[in-house]
Ligand binder design. Sequence first.
Ligand SMILES: [Zn+2]
Length: 150
Amino acid sequence: MSQQSDLVNLGLALDRAGGIALDVEPAGGILPPWAGVLTELGISPLGEDARFAAAQAAKQTKGAPLPEVEAVFAKLCGPANAALCAEAVARYRELATARPKKMFSHAMAAAKLNRYDEYAPGAYVLRCPSCGAPRLKAVLHCDFCGADIK
Ligand SMILES: [Zn+2]
């Protein structure tokens, strides 16, 4: 497997885990699909009191508690992709604390500016518009296909 498809798969795994985590309601709760992700990765869920306290501390409006999601993203990314992990965690925090109206206006503003740094629906990491490899916000060209990102 090439390094690029490993990275593409990592991006997809982050999107999948993030989506399942965000579907958890109420904020700080746990649902079977998210419990399944934790089990898959060998991560112990937070205790009931701790998880609701963590979600409240992070001002989450929905989703699995941030520290749990951070642990999952870190496990998926490994030390080699710590920067990508940090951006995925920041994105999750943004989505899990957002109110619908705010998200909508943000998307509209980004669409008007025709920005390439907008996330695809359901995505937790940015991608190269040309080959789909995940990329960091600050990186303006793709390491894999060489495409420039404006
Ligand atoms: Zn590319």
